[in-house]
Write a protein that binds this ligand. Structure first.
Ligand code: 5GP
Ligand code: ZN
Length: 114
């Protein structure tokens, strides 16, 4: 089994509540939701973080945001508003070292983050 948690979910070695799977991107619900909708969108291939995806393969980064936009509509939070977050590195609050974008919505989200 992969040592990377999200690689293991992508491989099906660890179960995930998967909503979308394309050739290159997948999305599943966060195990500890911080909002009524809390979905993680990831590249299936391992990258350490979102900037690494953007620099290596801008079209893949675009696909991640395309899937996020579709899920926002599917969850009914495209019109009410929502937030896309890419925590990056230690000071960015990243805890899982596989690139992921959070889709959060369904309640008013405070700003700025703590
Ligand atoms: P980060 O802090 O790296 O930006 O976000 C990692 C996210 O992964 C957290 O919101 C956390 O709740 C979520 N997470 C951690 N372990 C698992 C897991 O095993 N399954 C799922 N679906 N989400 C997880
Ligand atoms: Zn990984």
């Amino acid at each position: 089994m992969s040592e990377c948690l999200f690689c293991a979910i992508a491989a099906g070695d660890i179960p995930g509540d998967v909503l979308v799977r394309t050739d290159r991107v997948m999305a599943f619900r966060d195990i500890d939701p911080k909002a009524p909708t809390h979905i993680l969108i990831i590249p299936i291939e391992h990258y350490d973080d979102v900037p690494s995806v953007a620099l290596a393969d801008a079209s893949l980064a675009g696909e991640i945001f395309e899937v996020a936009a579709g899920l926002a509509a599917a969850e009914g939070i495209d019109q009410t508003g929502h937030r896309l977050v890419a925590n990056t590195g230690q000071q960015g609050g990243q805890t899982v070292g596989h690139a992921h974008v959070h889709l959060l919505g369904g309640r008013s989200l405070g700003w700025p983050p703590g």
